[in-house]
Write a protein that binds this ligand. Structure first.
Ligand SMILES: Cc1cc2nc3c(=O)[nH]c(=O)nc-3n(C[C@H](O)[C@H](O)[C@H](O)COP(=O)(O)O)c2cc1C
Length: 361
């Protein structure tokens, strides 16, 4: 049998770094009662019955002899505002506990205050795994604070965000659920713009009508004039027409009436003409397509095309409009194009996330 090819150490670190973890500080006391601790993300659960966990320590860590000889240790699962603590315990310093508020647990082992959770463990076993020592501990006492855990992945600290709204829709008021929904949609728009490399606007129905709450730019932005909070007309923007097609008429009618009145006052044919047939067509095809629009040349500096796809909440109400916008001679607005396909996929995913995943709830 031939030996496996040598792995590139940097690549190995990066590959392992794509597995996202929490961050812990493992603490103990030595025979003289002096506290020790180090930042560790190799922590993992092993067994529920008996309750076993593990973590591993580099054999070259200065504190290794202390942990090797210690009978007990505490796993302090850090909260998302404890990055400074994590950094403090990852440095080879002697006064790691300076300025760190602690409580004393079983066997005098320190518990770091403000953590998300604590596991007080008795060391059951330890065995060498290459250049690390794996410690197996049995959980004797545990506690949770309810704080959000700190997350680590790709060599960076991260924050955890729910993947979907889940029970939040029913557990909190409609405003909190709406804020969470915007957060989810914002993330989806970032993913979508990365995937199709087009400028995407996230539109909501605000108290002034169709409003863009987030722009995500393509590598080659359509304009440097993209403003958050931009209020668009109902009758001439993709976002506006999508809301006109899918929101209840009583919500959009006052805005449409005003725009028609402005047209009449300026002796223009009101753009409400043929509106019924147009929105019926948008509803039938499931999206809005506008090509070669000159109305916004002041804003974008050129003729533009847009594709707008509605996003529906689980109850069927339209909550967002996703709009791809680009120069008319560039944006692929075709039925079979990757832009429309990506936007439809994104809208469906968002509806799923707004619903929550019952299997995970
Ligand atoms: C996020 C993070 C995770 C870490 N995970 C581990 C680990 O699982 N095992 C380990 O031995 N060192 C780990 N380290 C490095 C130690 O925290 C660091 O080497 C520390 O200085 C060792 O403590 P000592 O010098 O008191 O022995 C990690 C560091 C960071 C920042």
């Amino acid at each position: 049998m031939s030996a496996p090819a040598a792995l590139d150490a940097r690549e190995l670190r990066q590959v392992l770094g794509s597995f996202v973890t929490g961050v812990t500080v493992i603490t103990t006391v030595d025979a003289q009662g002096k506290p020790h601790g180090l930042t560790v993300n190799s922590f993992s659960s092993v067994s529920l019955d008996p309750p076993l966990i593990l973590w591993s320590q580099s054999l070259t860590a200065p504190s290794h002899p202390v942990f090797r000889d210690a009978e007990r240790f505490v796993v302090n699962i850090l909260a998302d505002d404890q990055v400074a603590i994590s950094n403090q315990f990852a440095r080879g310093k002697d006064d790691k506990f300076a300025g760190c508020a602690i409580d004393t647990g079983l066997g005098g082992v320190p518990l770091i205050r403000g953590s998300a959770a604590w596991l007080e463990c008795k060391r059951m076993d330890c065995f060498r795994g290459g250049d690390h020592m794996v410690f197996l501990g049995q959980v004797e006492r545990m506690q949770r604070s309810g704080r959000q855990p700190l997350v680590f992945g790709g060599g960076r600290y991260l924050v955890a965000q729910p993947h979907d709204l889940g029970s939040l829709l029913t557990e909190s008021g409609p405003n909190i659920a709406r804020l969470q929904a915007v957060r989810l949609a914002t993330r989806a728009v970032v993913e979508l713009s990365d995937e199709i490399d087009e400028t995407i606007g996230l539109g909501v129905w605000g108290n002034h009508g169709p409003t863009i709450v987030r722009w995500e730019e393509a590598k080659e932005p359509v304009s440097d004039n993209l403003r958050t909070g931009l209020v668009l007309p109902v009758l001439t923007s993709g976002t506006g027409l999508a809301f006109a097609a899918w929101l209840p008429t009583e919500m959009t009618a006052p805005f449409i009436g005003e725009e028609a009145a402005t047209d009449r006052a300026a002796n223009r044919v009101p753009r409400t003409e043929g509106l019924e047939q147009r929105v019926a067509q948008f509803r039938a095809q499931g999206f809005v397509r506008l090509e070669g629009i000159e109305d916004f040349t002041e804003l974008y500096g050129r003729s533009i095309s847009v594709l707008t796809v509605p996003v529906f909440a689980p109850d069927g109400a339209m909550v967002f409009a996703l709009t791809a916008i680009g120069a008319s001679d560039r944006l692929d607005t075709s039925d079979q194009g990757k832009v429309l396909a990506g936007m439809r996929r994104c809208a469906d995913t968002l509806t799923q996330r707004l619903r929550g995943t019952p299997a995970l709830a």
